[in-house]
Ligand binder design. Sequence first.
Ligand code: SAM
Length: 443
Amino acid sequence: MMNGVWPVGFSWTFSEANQIDTTRDHYENFPYPPRDPADEQHRLLTPALDCFDMLNHYGFGGARDFEDEFTVLVAGGGTGDSTIFLAEQLKSTSNKVVHVDISQQSIDVAKERAQVRGLTNIEWRQANLLNLNSSEIGTFDYINCTGVLHHLPDPSMGLASITSLLKDDGVLGLMVYGQYARTGVYQLQNLLRHLNKDADQEKKVSNAKSVLSQLPDTNWFKRGSELFGDHRLGDAGIYDLLLHEQDRAYTIAELIGLLGDHGLMLSKLVDSWLYDPGRYLQSEDLETQIATLDPTEQMSVAELVSGTLKTHTLYAHKNRCAEPEFGLDKVISLTLSNDTSIYSRFHRLIVENLREPKVSFSHENNSIDLEPSEALAAALKHTDGERSIAEILKRATMRGKAKRRDVLRALEAFYKTLNTYDMAFLRSSAVARYRTKKELHGA
Ligand SMILES: C[S@@+](CC[C@H](N)C(=O)[O-])C[C@H]1O[C@@H](n2cnc3c(N)ncnc32)[C@H](O)[C@@H]1O
């Protein structure tokens, strides 16, 4: 038995202990997600939850300066996607990221990725996250735990463990599987359990490949297979998706209930527009009926009707954290992009369509409408992710062409539209500009 893996003070059933062993063996043999450290030379992966612009907005009211002390834990960090991105964003500070995983092979992949990038601000720990305690590891401002809780024999115990490490004003970034969209996955997992009795890991994978190649069109996984790509990522992907021995999923209502059990409240769902029933059901009678439901029930309706929510990704807090309000002392930051040209591209889009009542652009299968106006063009000309709204207003109204009130209104409407789609965030003007993807990657 591995040192440091078994929780002190927890009482384990034999079967729970066994399940943890099985999960560890799985990830020792198939580190997930499969990553080639050499890829770090030509790209940086940027998981949305860990982008400082969104994290600051929803996690800390836009007021957090990441240069100040900022403690980060990635619990069940796997092969390092979040850890690497967070460490890149913290590289210029004295803050570090603690990466914990039960699988040494997964840590080794993540470590190699960090080496390729020259990152030295990561602390690596092979441990069972159920065994972490604050007196030893400390407490954290941000804990990322994505794709992990649903693989624990008792996810509630896992959430209790990480919540005990979260500072009172800290934020938890969580991802767990969504139930309905994975219907076909669970059918295939069941099917493979029938076929894989007594099979070793290699045989299980070959059986899975064989079944995948012969699925009839009527099969539920095949019908919904455009939702999933992991089985195309090689053996580790197939194992994670179809052969996991410890895998459960949550409806949004169950997840909110689980958070509540641990004194946590949901602050923000990533891709929250997908949880809006009005996106799918637009008749007046249904809209009226839906409006009478509480927010969780409304989200449940969206989840049931859409059928595509294969994961739920969110921020949660112990204490309510107010969202930053649009105001003169704020800076509008457009979602982490490759470079700062995103600001001038929006300016150009508005200028080129000034005569149109609306201009649309697409983002993540959404068609998003903006209202072109001279006032918006004047505001966007000076919006660069660094200037405060006060500074933008000053510049935009300098020659007296655009009216202050019009500029402010147009900019606020622009910001709100983009914010709905996780494309624009606010931060305090005292907080330095976030680096672009290109700057972070060092290209
Ligand atoms: C599906 S992977 C997700 C990896 C990473 N969080 C991501 O989103 O890319 C799940 C990870 O959780 C780790 N894990 C599972 N149970 C754990 C436990 N009890 N303690 C620590 N890590 C655990 C596994 O080893 C694996 O690396």
